[in-house]
Design a protein around this ligand. Structure first.
Ligand code: GAL
Ligand code: ZN
Length: 675
């Protein structure tokens, strides 16, 4: 049997992959030869080609011009640079929208979005589908067997949502499959509210702009449909590629925590999980946010290595004010991805464009050319990655799981809740931070994942939960797990209907606590709380009127109408422990809570003491320490080791200047490592 395709299909003798998007169609051919030479000098071994080349390959309907692409692939192949060949379907040429305006997407107000930018297609348009698949077929036929072809890159960053009539029709088909008949749909959508009963399928449209708040169940299903409609298109392209090149892996580039697309359902349709990630240099939480995103990718890849498909070598140009990256930052960020399971580090893009909307976006070769500080860094980084070749394929062991789900995200942030200040990804990040600060690795998993292997499971929020997933969490605790559940969880079922009875109804028993009112807090003053063992803390934004039913109140509110009521609860039940947090504690208080839950679970960080700003993560037998902070610090290390990046020996402690990284492999005589 053929081994499953994955990053190992690409890494093998190449070691870690290094490269970027390459858009030679923007340059005269004499530049291509220089590109390949520079790429080789920089250790580039993978480039993504053709992402936006539809109009170049098919300049008019039905035409084909592959000659230039043949020469590009040949040149790269001769230079021993592997090609991640994109299907160019993310950006149709103007002729498609001009001749077939129905292929252009329509927003919720009924406005058509025009060409002149990119991504202008309706995922449900049969004309777009037909044209795109014809092109993909010819592309695959042409390059199947080309020695440079190593990976398929389907489309680019699937994002498109459409409200046109064709999309409404596809939405109805999707709903018929989900509900079978109209009565079931009417019940699921709760259409007795506001006279919304549907008497004919033809009446159902996408949630278009309406006078007031739209039915939340309709909106939730439209989120689901939107993700599925794009997935259907991705799969159609992928199937064509798989049929023609069964041993070339297929990917499409994700965008981290991107709301419109449910990556849990997508990841299982790919051979390799890849991500585009652009940390904001102006965001102080960037290092942790980035770590979380990388951990999500590892979760999507089921623990296997993944590919950082795009990052920026310097400032981007899509934000209003684009801060640059200081020297050393591109290396730090790239190595952070390696530490968290990436086997490939690629950039958008190789050579900066001279024209077009992204002419001020950073690239590996800046407009000033290769003889620059920036390109020197790129080159040094590419070369140094060779020292980490043995890390390729290794896993990142984690004993903590953090639950995240797209349907929950969609449902939680729907208008019309008690507060719009409870945000799914910010909750996730706030619960993730204290683990990151302690050097405790976290796997991000969906609510239906098998959890029994994790001593600790954290659910920052699960507003929407199915009976089955709630039962899974309950069984997990009974079997000896430690569970932490954040506020406003267990509230609605998968149809977004409120579960009646004291909340969180399906988790009430395992939590040994229940509540009766959700109480958003005034924003101009903190919510005062006290730990049972002494010590005050502040919380904000959100409170709940809770009562213990077997759980101990580990902390209580101290002011106002809730004074004396539990705010943090801990319940020993079965062989495990369940925690519930009925507010949004300030970061230090979440830190205290995390330390206690870690103690309950018997989990510690990879390094005993970690100075602020230092990230510690173990991949295989290599301990990565990364200094994101502004000062030089010393970090005690658990065993004598050798730094793979410099070859130097270390024992006792290491000193890290700002933006420094070490990759410590235990010295030969230090035999066992506790994972
Ligand atoms: C990504 C995209 C690239 C480029 C990049 C700029 O979203 O895939 O084509 O636009 O952003 O940061
Ligand atoms: Zn449409």
């Amino acid at each position: 049997m053929m081994a499953r395709l994955g990053m190992h299909t690409l890494t093998g003798e190449r070691g870690l992959l290094f490269g970027g998007d390459y858009n030679p169609e923007q340059w005269p051919e004499h530049v291509w030869a220089e590109d390949v030479e520079l790429m080789r000098a920089a250790g580039v071994n993978l480039v993504t080609v053709g992402v936006f080349s539809w109009a170049r390959i098919e300049p008019e309907p039905g035409a084909r011009d592959f000659g230039w692409l043949d020469r590009v692939l040949d040149l790269l192949g001769e230079g021993d640079i592997a090609v991640d060949l994109a299907t160019p379907t993310a950006s149709p040429p103007p002729w498609l929208g001009h001749r077939w305006p129905e292929t252009l997407p329509v927003d919720e107000s009924g406005h058509r979005l025009w060409y002149g930018s990119r991504n202008q297609f309706c995922p449900s348009s049969p004309v777009y589908r037909e044209r795109a698949l014809a092109l993909v077929t010819d592309l695959a036929d042409r390059y199947a067997g080309h020695p440079a072809l190593a990976l398929w890159h389907v489309g680019n960053e699937y994002t498109q949502i459409c409200h046109c009539d064709e999309s409404a029709k596809a939405f109805r088909t999707w709903l018929r499959e989900r509900y079978g008949d109209l009565d079931t749909l009417n019940e699921a959508w709760g259409t007795t509210f506001w006279s919304q009963h549907y008497s004919d399928w033809a009446e159902i449209v996408t949630p278009r702009r309406a006078p007031y708040m739209i039915n939340p169940a309709q909106r939730l299903d439209f989120w689901r449909f939107g993700s599925d409609a794009l997935l259907a298109h991705y799969r159609a392209e992928r199937d064509i590629l798989r049929e023609r090149t069964p041993d070339i892996p297929v990917t499409t580039n994700f965008m981290g925590l991107f709301k419109p697309v449910d990556y849990w359902s997508w990841a299982q349709e790919e051979d390799i999980v890849s991500n585009d990630w652009y940390p904001d240099p102006g965001d102080p939480l960037s290092p942790a946010r980035t770590a979380l995103t990388h951990d999500l990718m590892r979760g999507l890849a089921k623990g296997r290595p993944w590919l950082l498909m795009e990052q920026a070598a310097n400032g981007v140009n899509g934000r209003p004010h684009n801060l640059p990256k200081p020297p050393g930052q591109l290396r730090l960020e790239s190595l952070q991805a390696v530490a968290r399971g990436a086997d490939g580090l690629c950039y958008f893009q190789w050579r900066a464009s001279r024209f077009g909307a992204e002419r001020f976006h950073a690239a590996m070769v800046p407009p000033a050319g290769p003889d620059t500080r920036l390109h020197a860094e790129v080159r040094a980084h590419g070369q140094e990655l060779r020292t980490l070749a043995s890390v390729a394929g290794r896993e990142v062991p984690a004993r903590v799981a953090m639950v995240f789900d797209w349907a929950n995200w969609w449902a939680l942030e729907e208008r019309g809740g008690p507060s719009d200040r409870l945000n799914a990804t910010e909750q996730l990040l706030s619960y993730y931070l204290p683990f990151w600060e302690r050097g405790v690795s976290v796997d991000v998993v969906p609510p239906w994942a098998g959890l029994s292997g994790y001593p600790l499971v954290v659910v920052p929020n699960l507003f929407l939960v199915s009976d089955r997933d709630a039962a899974g969490l309950t069984d997990y605790v009974r079997g000896g797990g430690v569970l932490v559940v954040g506020p406003f969880s267990g509230v609605v079922d998968p149809r977004a209907h409120v579960r009646t009875g004291r909340f969180p109804a399906p988790l009430r028993e395992v939590l040994g606590a229940s509540g009766e009112e959700w109480l958003p807090a005034p924003e101009d003053r903190p919510v005062r709380c006290r730990w049972a063992g002494g010590g005050e803390f502040a919380a904000h934004t959100w409170t709940e009127l809770m009562a213990a039913e077997g759980a101990e109140a580990v902390a209580e509110f101290t002011e106002g109408d809730l004074a004396g009521r539990p705010t943090v609860l801990r319940h020993r039940t079965g062989r495990g422990v369940a925690w519930y947090v009925a507010t949004m504690p300030e970061p230090t208080a979440l830190g205290t809570l995390t330390a206690r839950a870690l103690a309950d679970a018997g989990v510690t960080g990879v390094v005993a003491e970690l100075p602020p700003g230092v990230e510690a993560v173990r991949r295989g037998d290599v301990l990565f320490l990364l200094n994101h902070g502004p000062t030089t610090v010393s970090v005690p290390i658990p065993h004598p080791a050798r730094d793979l990046l410099t070859g130097s020996a270390a024992a006792g402690q290491v000193t890290l200047t700002p933006r420094a990284v070490v990759a410590l492999r235990p010295s030969e005589n230090d035999i066992e490592i506790i994972l």
